[in-house]
Design a protein around this ligand. Structure first.
Ligand code: PEP
Ligand code: MG
Length: 329
């Protein structure tokens, strides 16, 4: 099996009807980058910059951040890397970053003071990361995205930090990025209602189904008692994502799913069925997904998946599994 997937390394993921599926990997360490060439993925769709913060005993200095981002870009070569600004706080809490002046921990950390909410209030942290990303991308394209955006002004505030740092570097005649593409994570459901406001400002959107699911179902993603309860193959999630995809159709915005859901076989089929063409997944799923997509016709898939979620079948997972079996997937 492994050998068969390795043989697909240089094969592009086209479906039977000629649709090109973009398959990227999720990463967080410098050592993850070689997986790009080992799997033949199209790029890094989610680079979780908080990993460096989580493994450090103190806040990583700006030059250490710059070095990491530069190394990652260098190792990725021509392939694009999407850097996500730090998603710390909440359950990924940093002992050296206690900002809660009351001294009390968040009661609901996933819905608490985390990610961009924290970064926008810790201006020094955000500025240093923006400068590090801009400097590391000198002469290249910088793809940057912000986690846990809930309202459009949060995107504006985060982008303003980058604009200021860019002006600073320009004044000092530093080598600037050739292009900067901004994007947001869609993981807070409220943002979906105002995507039209955000759309003109962004180049891409990445749907974080790990957080999105827990917020849609009000079900803590880290609570084992709920782990089995809400299936990703659920009409609520799929209709939600489909509405987002349809709402942005025709605009020049790349839409990717970067949550764990996209790395699973039947879930990936469902996502392609509702119109997605870009997935950022665990490297181990790239080979199996390539093999799978070569066996499908997206028009056929889209017809059944849309029907099964419009008039929900009682067992969507079973129905999809049967569909896949019939195609030797
Ligand atoms: C997500 O929420 O789906 C996501 C990709 O981000 P993380 O898992 O890092 O919260
Ligand atoms: Mg998330």
């Amino acid at each position: 099996r492994q050998a068969r997937y390795a043989a697909l390394k240089d094969v592009e993921p086209f479906t039977k009807d000629g649709e090109r599926i973009t398959l990227m990997i999720n990463a967080g360490l410098r050592d993850d980058v070689p997986m790009l060439n080992l799997t033949g993925a199209d790029g890094i769709g989610l680079f979780r910059t908080e990993f460096q913060f989580l493994v450090s005993a103190a806040l990583p200095q700006r030059d250490r951040q710059t070095r990491l981002y530069r190394d990652v870009l260098e190792a990725a070569g021509e392939k694009p890397v999407v850097f996500r600004t730090v998603d710390v706080g909440g359950d990924k809490s940093l002992p050296y970053l206690r900002g809660d002046e009351s001294g009390e921990a968040d009661e609901n950390p996933a819905m608490g003071w985390r990610a961009l909410r924290l970064a926008l209030e810790r201006e020094g942290l955000m500025k240093a990361q923006a400068r590090a990303l801009l400097e590391a991308s000198g002469g290249k394209t910088l793809n940057v995205m912000f986690p846990m955006v809930s309202e459009p002004w949060e995107f504006d505030a985060a982008k303003a930090v980058f604009d200021n740092q860019l002006a600073f570097l320009r004044e000092r005649r530093k080598l600037l990025p050739e292009a900067i593409r901004y994007g947001v994570m869609l993981e807070v459901p409220a943002l979906a209602e105002v995507l039209d406001v955000l759309a003109p400002k962004i180049s891409f959107l990445s749907i974080g189904t790990n957080d999105l699911t827990q917020f849609l179902f009000a079900a803590d993603r880290s609570n084992p008692k709920l782990a089995e309860r809400y299936d990703w193959l659920n009409p609520s999630i799929l209709r939600f994502i489909r509405r987002v995809v349809r709402g942005l159709a025709g605009q020049q915005i790349d839409i990717t799913v970067c949550g764990e859901m996209g790395g699973r076989q039947l879930e990936a089929l469902a996502l392609i069925g509702i119109g997605l063409r870009r997935l950022s997944i665990t490297p181990a799923s790239i080979g199996p997904h390539k093999a799978m997509f070569r066996k499908i016709d997206t028009r056929e898939l889209s017809e059944v998946v849309n029907r099964w979620i419009d008039e929900p079948v009682s067992d969507l997972r079973g129905a999809l599994a049967e569909w896949a079996d019939a195609r030797d997937i």
